[in-house]
Design a protein around this ligand. Structure first.
Ligand SMILES: Cc1cc2nc3c(=O)[nH]c(=O)nc-3n(C[C@H](O)[C@H](O)[C@H](O)COP(=O)(O)OP(=O)(O)OC[C@H]3O[C@@H](n4cnc5c(N)ncnc54)[C@H](O)[C@@H]3O)c2cc1C
Length: 327
């Protein structure tokens, strides 16, 4: 078995689990933590196994207390946004999965500034801002993601990134709640490096462009139309599988390997956009993983280029089991 994002095995001795359970009990937080929780429905690709612990509190103070405990005790964890950029293994996930979906959402507008909780949907932000004649974010319209994930991934499209609009990001760290000014965040292609390694984004302040709502509407319609035409829209996917390079488009390379439409069980490389994989028909995470390995191997073989995945792999995956007879 290949361990892509492995947690230190010693961390998952049963005494450590007991420690977390006893912390939850003592703090009356057990009701916010499910054990052996199925995760497929918390991802847009709709596959994957269970989490040992799925912690989804209703208050920021409970999130803060628990996250501090997790960090102090060096427990392994994962933070789940809308699950639109992750492939979760079919095997049980040993990390504590932290979700902020049940914390009250808010969005406040003051002039061109918008303060928004990290669990809000990006499309909700775009539409609420539009009503106040605030635009600029239509390049992200149609992405099924939350603000926290959008910021962490520095999501972008059509030569624009969210980082341009960020003023301040509020996070929970081992020291509690902190405001991080955008200038202290190193925004890169599909990543945002914060001054600290371990944090949960809980809100952000953005500065949008003043724009007529009719114009914003046109931009939204235009960008969604392009997505519908060129990509898989409203399907079970996680967007682009691989990053683009400075001098290549991953989709083009995969297409040139003849892989458009290629299936492994219920997983298929899109016939529309070769850098998208669709869960067509009850695919397992392993089916999708094997298809990703196949595309990477074929591209390496034909072009001597190592594709880098944009999607994150959570948990353990089988070694490459698919035998590629066409290579
Ligand atoms: C149809 C489709 C189209 C897409 N198009 C684009 C596109 O045009 N451009 C683009 O950039 N991406 C695109 N994506 C990929 C994806 O939507 C983005 O990467 C998005 O930013 C992920 O947000 P999420 O809330 O789903 O995060 P998740 O997938 O849940 O998590 C992604 C990462 O962010 C971290 N994270 C999530 N929330 C928090 C938080 N509150 N605090 C700290 N870390 C957090 C997670 O731990 C993980 O590392 C697309 C996906 C789909 C399904």
């Amino acid at each position: 078995m290949k361990n892509i994002n492995a947690s230190p095995p010693e961390m998952y001795h049963s005494e450590i689990r007991e420690k977390f359970r006893s912390f939850l009990d003592k703090n009356n937080l057990s009701k916010f933590c499910a054990e052996q929780k199925k995760l497929a429905n918390f991802t847009t690709i709709k596959c994957g196994g269970k989490a040992d612990f799925f912690f989804s509190p209703k208050k920021v103070s409970d999130l803060e207390k628990t996250f501090c405990f997790i960090l102090q005790n060096n427990l392994p964890y994962k933070i789940l946004g809308n699950g639109s950029n992750v492939l979760i293994s079919d095997y049980p996930l040993k990390e504590i999965v932290i979700s902020i979906k049940d914390i009250p959402r808010y969005l406040n507008i003051e002039g061109s500034f918008i303060s928004i909780s990290a669990n809000c949907d990006i499309n909700y932000l775009i539409n609420r801002a539009k009503m106040q004649n605030l635009g600029g974010l239509s390049f992200l319209a149609g992405i099924p993601a939350n603000i926290g994930g959008i910021i962490k991934m520095n999501a972008g499209a059509f030569n624009q990134n969210i980082s341009t609009f960020i003023e301040i990001v509020e996070v929970i760290t081992k020291n509690g709640r902190e405001n991080i000014p955008a200038k202290e965040i190193n925004f890169q292609y599909r990543n945002a490096e914060f001054p600290m390694k371990k944090f949960i984004i809980i809100s952000a302040k953005l500065n949008l462009e003043k724009m007529d709502k009719e114009k914003i509407n046109q931009n939204i319609i235009k960008h969604i139309a392009i997505r519908k035409e060129k990509q898989e829209f409203n399907k079970r996917t996680f967007g682009s599988v691989f990053r683009n390079g400075t001098d290549y488009y991953s989709a083009k390379l995969i297409e040139m390997c003849g892989l458009k439409g290629k299936s492994i069980n219920g997983a298929q490389i899109s016939t529309k956009h070769a850098n998208f994989i669709i869960n067509q028909n009850g695919a397992s995470a392993n089916d999708i993983y094997q298809l990703i390995c196949l595309a990477r191997n074929r591209v390496r073989h034909k072009f001597n280029i190592d594709l880098i995945s944009e999607v994150e792999f959570w948990g353990d995956f089988e070694n490459e089991t698919y035998k590629d007879k066409d290579k």
